[in-house]
Ligand binder design. Structure first.
Ligand SMILES: NCc1[nH]cc(CCC(=O)O)c1CC(=O)O
Length: 317
């Protein structure tokens, strides 16, 4: 098959070190495939990067990190955008599509601390930093004696706040630390049994304008089938519950020989109420599996948990 590409491609990216690493990774892979093509990276600041004093769930959610990049593509200033899939809304705005999902890095959460070896070692009252409601709920459920405080900003900012002594420990995605060569900061990776990852965690995605059929074939070699199947199941579940980051929700799929194991959790931010499910099915029917686990969570009382989360928000807590 002959793929005809424009002679120049522009990749839109946020300007954080992790986002830039990811854009450069995609640039390098494309340069290998299409050595004749000139590939540039357009770094951009998004609203999500500017608002650092409030928890994401309160200021408008995931769309904040992708909007500016989409506008650049719409206006022809960029051809594709590279994102952490975890930061992408469950429903893309009309006119945009995912052209490829790259092979997943370590999907697990990581415990990072200068003074403590593990979350189990933290004394009562120790302050743990995370702004993810999912991580908050999971920690509160297992370790009610710990205090969880919000922690926003890019990876360097978050690590800086740990090093300042503002927190006894922080929880970060292992993937970001590994990509940036900071795996040594990880005291211990937390197994999915104890901290079930967020939908899409550890995976990168390439977004394009739907009309760019010329790019679809060119980007297809970057798509990693089993990662794409896993995150499709995870995101189908998230969509079934409104796809918001205002609700503690975890979803994690693993694939072995054509079979997918899909685990999920929905809970209240205080961790007092949770519903969990663990199912297996055909890896090549990820939407069906995502819907099946949504139904399993519904049977465990997910609707009441969702309603409790919404009440919390309305009260501004
Ligand atoms: N929410 C921010 C974000 N988006 C993607 C990653 C890490 C890399 C990934 O999961 O692909 C992070 C940092 C974190 O959660 O610690």
């Amino acid at each position: 098959m002959k793929i005809s590409l424009p002679s120049k491609l522009v990749i839109a990216s946020r300007e954080s070190r992790l986002a830039m690493w990811q854009a450069e990774h995609v640039r390098d892979r494309l340069a290998e495939l299409y050595p004749q093509c000139v590939i540039e990276i357009l770094g951009m600041t998004t609203r999500g990067d500017q608002i650092l004093d409030r928890t994401l769930s309160k200021v408008g959610g995931k769309g904040l990190f992708v909007k500016e990049l989409e506008v650049a593509m719409e206006e022809g200033r960029a051809d594709l955008a590279v994102h952490s899939l975890k930061d992408m809304p469950m429903e893309l705005p009309a006119g945009f599509t995912l052209a490829a999902v790259l092979e997943r890095e370590d999907p697990r959460d990581a415990f990072v601390s200068n003074d403590y070896a593990s979350i189990e070692a933290l004394p009562p009252g120790a302050i743990v930093g995370t702004s993810s409601l999912r991580r908050q709920a999971l920690i509160a459920a297992r370790f009610p004696h710990l205090i969880i405080k919000p922690l926003r900003g890019n990876l360097d900012t978050r690590l800086g706040k740990l090093d300042n002594g503002e927190y006894a420990a922080i929880i970060l995605a292992a993937a970001g630390l590994k990509r940036l060569g900071m795996a040594a900061r990880i005291k211990v990776v937390i197994e999915p049994e104890h901290s079930l990852p967020a939908p899409g965690q550890g995976a990168m995605a390439i977004e394009i304008c739907e009309g760019r059929v010329d790019l679809l074939a060119a980007l297809a070699p970057l798509n990693h089938l089993s990662t794409a199947q896993a995150v499709t199941a995870e995101r189908t579940l998230s969509r079934a519950f409104g796809g918001s980051c205002q609700v503690p929700l975890a979803a994690f799929a693993t694939i072995e020989g054509g079979n997918m194991r899909l685990r999920a959790m929905i809970g209240t931010p205080d961790g007092l109420r949770t519903a969990t499910a663990d199912i297996t099915g055909a890896a090549n029917a990820p939407e069906a599996l995502g819907q099946k686990i949504a139904a399993a969570l519904a049977q465990q009382g997910a609707a009441a948990i969702l309603a409790a989360c919404k009440e919390d928000l309305a009260e501004g807590t």
